[in-house]
Design a protein around this ligand. Structure first.
Ligand code: PLP
Length: 457
């Protein structure tokens, strides 16, 4: 019997509202603290960096937030994205499990990131912002925001982690094609960048350092520039929920409901965007889907970090939030899944892992690439190295089903394609990739730099 491969929605099924997990969080949200005073931040402080509409989304208790029509119109360039059944992968694994994946790689820049980039550019335009600053790791966020800023006529400065700037020139050129200015971070353009270079002229940079530079430029611009973050914050995760809201409808078309939801997690945005609408069903409709966030073993904030208040950036200039953290001074090894090299994790994902609503798992680099190659041989799509972390766990779970003779329904988010990561694949094929050991001493050292926060328990 021939199986159905694709579950497609037409444009009329594009969600009209984002899902806001704040309405259903089983634990109260923790305050966001000022990096200098360690007291809860005021909207004024955040207002230097973000338009008020996004700050209000961050703290909104409303379950559904309407997606503005101009944002939906741009979403229609690539949304709704397809949900596919990985029929050929199931056959290759000889598993009774049914494997589905939501494919976000069909967006113009090849990942889920435009889902929030377009929304953030819209709200900034509405607030009169003329220029934005941001950081980018592998370049995916920078290229998404460059596209979005170009659509809304906003200037953009991108601080790109230096190691990626050199490893991934194509993404820099994509950003420049959309009209953005791109700098290899650490740069000489900021006080913080200069201080990092003074200590270590060879610094490869890190996402934390690049965030600090982008924040410094916006915060010292006298209001001329605002700052945009591609992950971690509540409003970013919320904009990504279009992924899961579409997937819910598509699973219904398939006549199945997932037993297992899987996503890779760097700052947590594609994971949450895919998983939260299913978690909503767990929290309010009696569903019992297992939900797994997957991270690299070399940057294991959820599985090896501490649930504590920490700075969002390396320079201790960004707000302090409660999250699983490896310490804001932790510089993760230069693995190829650049988008997963962040020291912390979104506060809501952290709270839900801590409360037991979400599981976390760490996977190693070589096993991750092995899964990615197996997936592409079966399905034809080359996953981004970040997304490959979710593929690894989906395959592991499908093999566990085979061993136990269980016909589970597994759904994962394929957050992007890997077309600009082929040098990483080449390194894998030539045996030049390594499994980085978790640098426990470095993390213990970084833990000594956590801010001392006294909070009522
Ligand atoms: C940026 C990125 C990630 C990691 O970021 P999250 O906020 O955790 O989603 C994962 N996959 C791809 C393809 C990315 O570009």
């Amino acid at each position: 019997m021939s199986a159905q491969y694709k579950y497609l929605l037409d444009e009329s099924k594009l969600p009209k509202a984002w899902y806001n997990i704040n309405a259903d969080l089983p634990v109260p949200p923790q305050p966001v603290l000022h990096p200098g005073t360690l007291e809860p931040v005021t909207p004024d402080f955040l207002g230097v960096l973000f338009p008020m509409s996004l700050i209000l989304q961050e703290i909104s208790p409303e379950r559904w937030i309407e997606i503005p029509e101009p944002v939906r119109e741009i979403y229609k360039l690539w949304r709704p994205t397809p949900l596919l059944r990985a029929v050929r992968l199931e056959q290759a694994l000889d598993t009774p499990a049914h494997i589905y994946y939501k494919y976000e790689g069909v967006s113009p820049v090849g990942s889920h990131k435009p889902n929030t980039a377009v929304a953030q550019a819209f709200y900034n335009k509405e607030a009169g912002t003329q220029a934005l600053t941001t950081e980018t790791g592998a370049g995916q966020w920078g290229s998404a925001l460059a596209m979005a800023c170009n659509f809304f006529g906003i200037d953009l400065e991108v601080y790109m982690v230096k190691v990626s700037y050199h490893q991934k020139p194509y993404r820099r050129i994509i950003m420049e094609n959309f009209g953005a200015q791109v700098f290899a971070s650490p740069t000489e353009r900021t006080n913080y960048g200069r201080s990092v270079l003074a200590q270590d002229p060879q610094s490869p940079g890190s996402l934390g350092i690049a965030i600090s530079e982008a924040v410094e430029v916006a915060a010292t611009s006298g209001g001329a520039k605002k700052y945009s973050l591609g992950s971690v914050l509540g409003h970013v995760l919320m904009h990504q929920t279009v992924i899961g809201l579409e997937a819910l409808q598509q699973m219904e078309l398939a006549g199945e409901y997932p037993d297992l939801i899987i996503g890779c997690a760097g700052g947590g945005s594609n994971f949450a965007g895919f998983a939260y609408p299913f978690l909503h069903q767990n929290l309010t409709a009696g569903k019992t889907t297992r939900i797994i966030a997957v991270e690299p073993a070399s940057c294991p904030s959820l599985t090896r970090g501490k649930y504590a208040f920490d700075f969002g950036d390396t320079a201790a200039m960004a707000p302090i939030v409660k999250m699983y953290t490896l310490g804001h001074t932790f510089v993760p090894p230069g693995i190829h899944a650049g988008g997963l090299r962040y020291h912390g994790m979104s506060p809501s994902v952290s709270a839900l892992v801590n409360h037991g609503d979400i599981e976390a798992r760490a996977v190693k680099q070589l096993a991750t690439f092995e899964a990615a190659v197996q997936f592409s041989k079966a399905e034809g799509i080359i996953p981004a190295p970040e997304s490959a972390h979710a593929v690894r766990v989906a395959i592991d779970e499908a093999l566990a089903c085979k061993q136990r003779g269980e016909q589970k329904v597994i759904a994962f988010n394929l957050s992007g394609h890997g077309h600009f990561d082929m040098l990483a694949y080449e390194a894998y094929h030539h045996g030049r990739l390594e499994d980085f050991e978790y640098p426990i001493e470095a993390v213990e050292e970084a833990m000594t730099h956590l801010p001392t926060v006294s909070m009522p328990a």
